[in-house]
Design a binder for this molecule. Structure first.
Ligand code: SF4
Ligand code: SF4
Length: 160
């Protein structure tokens, strides 16, 4: 069931991109070719474990262990993780309500994270928010979204 939620999230986000054109052309796909791992969402590992990614486990404060993946800079887009699909956005949880925010963890690689969120494609922002709200049907995912929100906040305040 929860695995299906992640698959639904992939589907809901299908076709939406941060800018109306291919932003990878602006930066030579910096987020795909730079160092750094993307965190997997709960239940997502089973969907992507056969891909040519490397997996480690990381402790996500306030949640617990999560899988983190790295790739060689290319992937089968049908199997790219959710974190890649929503980047440069991340969840923002305020008093139990879900919003989106620019992902401060990506500041060293993505120029879009230095601009206003309004510079992103509005349909992309709406699709990401809708997806995160849909995922929050699951309590475990909700706890993970909250922990991710806090992690990004720490980066924003330059504590990490
Ligand atoms: S680094 Fe930012 S601008 Fe470049 S491809 Fe990734 S999301 Fe787009
Ligand atoms: S899995 Fe795909 S989308 Fe994600 S960082 Fe790697 S190449 Fe980019």
């Amino acid at each position: 069931m929860s695995n299906q939620l992640i698959q639904s999230a992939y589907k809901t986000l299908s076709g939406y991109t941060p800018l109306s054109g291919d932003c990878g052309r602006l930066c030579n796909s910096a987020c795909c070719t730079s160092e750094g791992a993307m965190l997997l969402f709960p239940y997502e590992y089973d969907l992507v474990k056969e891909q040519n990614y490397e997996f480690t486990k990381q402790n996500l404060k306030g949640f617990g262990d999560v899988y983190a993946m790295t790739c060689n800079g290319t992937c089968d887009r049908a199997f790219r993780p959710l974190s890649c699909r929503i980047f440069p956005l991340a969840p923002k949880m305020i008093q139990g309500k879900l919003y989106v925010q620019l992902d401060a963890r990506g500041r060293s690689v993505c120029q879009l994270t230095h601009q206003s969120i309004l510079s992103l494609n509005e349909e992309f922002i709406i699709a990401v928010k809708k997806t995160l709200i849909m995922l929050s049907e699951d309590d475990t995912i909700t706890r993970c979204l909250s922990a991710m929100s806090e992690l990004v906040d720490l980066y924003k305040r330059k504590i990490l």
